[in-house]
Write a protein that binds this ligand. Sequence first.
Ligand SMILES: NC(=O)c1ccc[n+]([C@@H]2O[C@H](COP(=O)([O-])OP(=O)(O)OC[C@H]3O[C@@H](n4cnc5c(N)ncnc54)[C@H](OP(=O)(O)O)[C@@H]3O)[C@@H](O)[C@H]2O)c1
Length: 282
Amino acid sequence: MAVSVDGRITTRKRERFPLGSEHDRRLMDELRSRADAVIVGAGTVRHDGYPILLRYDDLRESRSARGRPPHPVNVVLSRCLDLPVKSRFFASDATRKIVFTTHSAPAARVKRFQRVAEVIVLPGRSLAPGRVLAELRARGLKRCLLEGGGEVHFAFAKAGVVAEIYVTLTPRLIGGKRAPSLLDGEGFLWKEHTRLSLVTLRRVGDEVFLHYRVVRPEIHVANEPAAGDAGPGPPRRGARGAEREGDTAPSLPPRAGRRQDPPASRRDVRDRRARPGRGRPP
Ligand SMILES: NC(=O)c1ccc[n+]([C@@H]2O[C@H](COP(=O)([O-])OP(=O)(O)OC[C@H]3O[C@@H](n4cnc5c(N)ncnc54)[C@H](OP(=O)(O)O)[C@@H]3O)[C@@H](O)[C@H]2O)c1
């Protein structure tokens, strides 16, 4: 995910523009090329309106050589399906699309979107990220990359299903209370915040490429391997998103799959509640 130095992912008017350099775009495509599915929020589709595809021929070809479709499946999350069904995002037949929604979406809209995508209606007022990942996993989509925006990122981080984060710090200041940032939603309190461990840091020109892994103390309680154990080495080049072989969890983060199966024991859940903070005061 490309961000300004002050953490914004776009402007208060949600303009569509390339925040990162060509180098960042290449790195982004490399992360996409490893993903089975790319997940975005309805806000990103409303404001950008383009399908998420691999731009580089060599990356598409290398996917095809591995027997995979040229582009990752595009997944959209929306509570009520107030989305532009006629946008280029849905008009494109370059890749398969899956739309997750809730029972708040009117039946007529569900029907309309079923003509352009697979529509999965889940219970609840909001989509539970763990459930979304489980549904994707059931469809063989194990490696997921979260690509925005800030609201969806927060929902997944809060659900604890993010494994890794790739951030490209771009040399700009954007600001604005209403400009989306890397993580929006209601935000964490100190005791709840997500702690990260830096995996790699690289500078190219005026951009800084950061790769973090999410620290999960509760995983130690469960006698499971710590986040990062047996994980992939640092990406050859890093931009944003996330993926681990075998995980359904996205990378803005995810290590989601691992948290869901096997399910956590009651004791793990209790310990997690007792120690919700993933960080300690300095
Ligand atoms: N710099 C970058 O690399 C980058 C990357 C991606 C996006 N962006 C920018 O980010 C902006 C959009 O970000 P945003 O934060 O406004 O929107 P967003 O996170 O893309 O989408 C928010 C919407 O997603 C749906 N949603 C989120 N969590 C949900 C949940 N748990 N269950 C059900 N639905 C859920 C809701 O849709 P409904 O309202 O339909 O319920 C919500 O309004 C765009 O302008 C885009 O250009 C930048």
